[in-house]
Design a protein around this ligand. Structure first.
Ligand code: ATP
Ligand code: MG
Length: 263
């Protein structure tokens, strides 16, 4: 890249460089991961179970010990910073599981998302209820009594209360019916269109690649493939190694349960 091009290239909102991280001494789960998200991008991360996708998000959010490599936020080194500092700096995180306070109401859950800036509550609630109207109607209901999809909405809404510049989503469509999954993907794209950069981990790989700007295939804690969502979805190697099973399932579904070869 020329000096002039480098000077005009946008800076990534978040960048992970050669990340090595793990839980147990001597066992690395991430083995040199690289990832960039540029302003306004929706990034998808796919890969087999146990590839380290959740670990990568946790490492970006200061929840896993980073052994080497770095994470930057708008060019500033944030490697190893604690989650509460990162929330203050503009990072939102929705974990894969246990992502709401079940004994609190929807409104109280959202309030918890803004504990660092309580004075903004009214203004932020209005803007969040605009994105999630169903939560406004049921704001007094306890989160523990909600369906999986509704809980997922509460978790996402809570992470958005601080108006983050980058949002990390771990499997937002997991465990939902196909209709609810679709709603989740559409909502994620809508949130992204409001200007929030998003890094989304997904099991629903094909759908994820359809809506993301760029994607990363993670395997054994390393980047296996990267490209636009379209490039990855059309790449024969990615199809064979990571989308193949799903493609067969879709084919079988299309044939119907009684068709020869259908599962
Ligand atoms: N708290 C933990 N302590 C020790 N090992 C862990 C811990 N959490 C995850 N691991 C291990 O790290 C590896 C990667 O796990 P991770 O949850 O990051 O995978 P993933 O790609 O998100 O998988 P999935 O698609 O099933 O959600 C796995 O081998 C897992 O057993
Ligand atoms: Mg995971």
């Amino acid at each position: 890249m020329s000096l002039a091009a480098a000077a005009s290239a946008p800076e990534p909102v978040m960048r992970a460089t050669d990340l090595v991280a793990g839980y147990l001494p001597g066992v690395n789960i991430l083995n040199g991961c690289n990832l960039d998200v540029y302003p306004g991008e929706l990034i998808g991360i796919i890969g087999p179970n146990g590839a380290g996708k959740s670990t990568l998000l946790k490492a970006l959010f200061g929840l896993v010990n980073v052994r080497s490599g770095s994470v930057t936020l708008n060019g500033r080194d944030i490697t190893g910073q604690k989650a509460n500092k990162l929330v203050q700096a503009g990072v939102g995180f929705v974990p894969q599981t246990n992502n709401v306070f079940p004994s609190l109401t929807i409104e109280e859950n959202l309030q918890m998302g803004l504990f660092l800036r309580p004075k903004m509550l009214k203004e932020r609630l209005e803007s969040i209820f605009d994105l999630f109207p169903v939560l406004a109607d049921r704001r007094a209901q306890r989160a523990g009594s909600l369906s999986g999809g509704e809980r997922q909405s509460v978790a996402m809404a809570r992470a958005l209360m601080m108006d983050p510049s980058v949002l990390l989503l771990d499997e937002p469509s997991a465990g939902l019916s196909p209709v609810r999954q679709d709603e989740t993907f559409i909502r994620t794209r809508r949130i992204n269109k409001t200007g929030v950069s998003i890094i989304m981990v997904e099991q629903n790989a094909r759908r994820c690649l359809q809506i993301c700007d760029r994607g990363y295939v993670l395997d054994q804690g390393r980047n296996a493939y990267t490209g636009t969502g379209r490039e990855l979805a059309d790449d024969p190697k990615v199809i064979e190694l990571y989308l193949g099973t799903l493609a067969k399932d879709v084919e079988a579904d299309a044939k119907g349960p009684d068709a020869p070869g259908a599962i």
